[in-house]
Design a protein around this ligand. Structure first.
Ligand SMILES: [Zn+2]
Length: 396
């Protein structure tokens, strides 16, 4: 347990002194929410549906895993998601696209991890002003028809259609139960009653949080583990294949204990190298000999994308989430896609040209490519392989 965990878990005289500030903070959030609800302050509605994925406590809580799951689920239904995020906490910069070639110093490690794990299957943009970031993403990628926002639970300026909150069930829980700055909560727990879904990240958890009062709670669990090569993510290996190899585990101080426990549980022969948080090993210290391999957490490994060799591997966890969450999200999206105005702005994913909405056939037609994209169960399936080719004689 590091100092920040200790701070969030306890109530000391310092916490008591800070408590009035927490109450003030809650009052400000409630007031802002009320002003936006009464339309005294205007939130910005983007032309496409927005899904917020955030945590109610400080820290990540497993948002990245959930976002990757969400990208894959939405793409399976023929949707084209785009991701927006502030990127890192002190990012005051203009909108910026993120790919695995982006500079760590410009985009931060969390954005790089998202780019790495999503394998370039959807655009990711970061920046200080979420509205501008979303607009920049949509201008560059008009084929995107749903936005996932990695944070922004408390940024009421951005109108949202779905709110999903991830709760880390493994160690922090809700800490001392107080709101910032006296506790780790970013809003009062009653906020959980108003969101569309709560996802419990049950990473190696023995704790059980009472969620009886909170509707729509879904569970996210690690399903299986494997090794993924950092340079070539398509190269995968079972953990058993690494049992007899000398493995150098490199991890930062904050995550050393949990990561080493996880690796030792897999009965691997490891030598650990722990470094101070935010330190980066110089390239010359990362040389290996013979069949030695270097193993890292995915979150740390993305910092070494540019200096990695073939010997760099990450421990990847496949996760599983209750299927009900997908249904909750699709139900909300179906309601949005009932609006003909939204269907009118969708573009062809191939030529990025306009589409003609044929209500009776429930199809969106691209005249240029002579393709008819089906609207199935209320969701436009914007996939070339699912589209109907228009015969020469069919009028559009
Ligand atoms: Zn087209």
């Amino acid at each position: 347990m590091n100092w920040s965990d200790l701070y969030w878990q306890r109530i000391t005289p310092l916490h008591v002194i800070l408590w009035p500030l927490s109450l003030f903070f809650i009052a400000i959030i409630a007031l802002k929410q009320l002003l936006y609800r009464r339309n005294i302050l205007r939130s910005v509605r983007l032309p496409i549906p927005v899904i917020i994925v955030d945590s109610i406590t400080v820290g990540d809580s497993g948002k990245t895993s959930l976002i990757i799951w969400l990208i894959n689920s939405l793409k399976l239904y023929g949707l084209h998601p785009g991701i927006i995020s502030q990127g890192f906490s002190e990012n005051y910069g203009p909108p910026l696209p993120v790919t695995t070639s982006s500079k760590l110093s410009e985009v931060g490690s969390k954005s790089l991890l998202l780019a790495y794990q999503s394998k370039g299957t959807c655009p990711i943009w970061i920046g200080y002003d979420r509205i501008k970031v979303a607009q920049a993403l949509l201008a560059a990628h008009p084929e995107c028809n749903v936005l996932i926002c990695d944070d922004a639970l408390l940024d009421f300026r951005l109108h949202r259609d779905v709110e999903i909150v991830v709760v880390d069930n493994s160690k922090h829980n809700f800490g001392n139960g107080l709101v910032l700055p006296a506790g780790p909560l970013r809003d009062s727990l009653s906020r959980l009653n108003k969101v569309d879904g709560i996802v419990m990240n049950e990473k190696s958890s023995k704790l059980v949080i009472d969620t009886k009062n909170h509707v729509r709670t879904f569970h996210m669990k690690p399903e299986s583990e494997c090794f993924v090569n950092l340079l070539d993510p398509d190269k995968r290996s079972t953990t058993a294949a690494f049992k007899d190899k000398p493995i150098h585990v490199i991890t930062d101080f904050s995550h050393a204990q949990s990561f080493l426990e996880q690796v030792r549980y897999l009965k691997l022969n490891v030598k650990s190298h722990t470094y101070l948080d935010n330190f980066q090993f110089p390239k010359e210290q990362l040389q290996t000999q013979g069949d030695e391999i270097i193993l890292m957490r995915e979150e740390d490994a993305v910092k070494y994308l540019k200096s990695a060799s073939e010997q760099f591997w990450v421990l990847h966890e496949e996760i599983a989430i209750d299927i009900g969450l997908r249904e909750v999200i699709l139900k909300k999206l179906r309601e949005k896609f009932m609006d003909p105005k939204l269907l009118d702005i969708l573009v062809c994913p191939l030529c990025k040209g306009p589409l003609v909405y044929k209500k009776s056939e429930q199809e969106l037609i691209c005249k240029a490519d002579r393709l008819a994209y089906p609207i199935r169960d209320g969701i436009p399936v914007m996939l070339e392989e699912e589209a109907r080719e228009l015969p020469a004689e069919e009028e559009v």
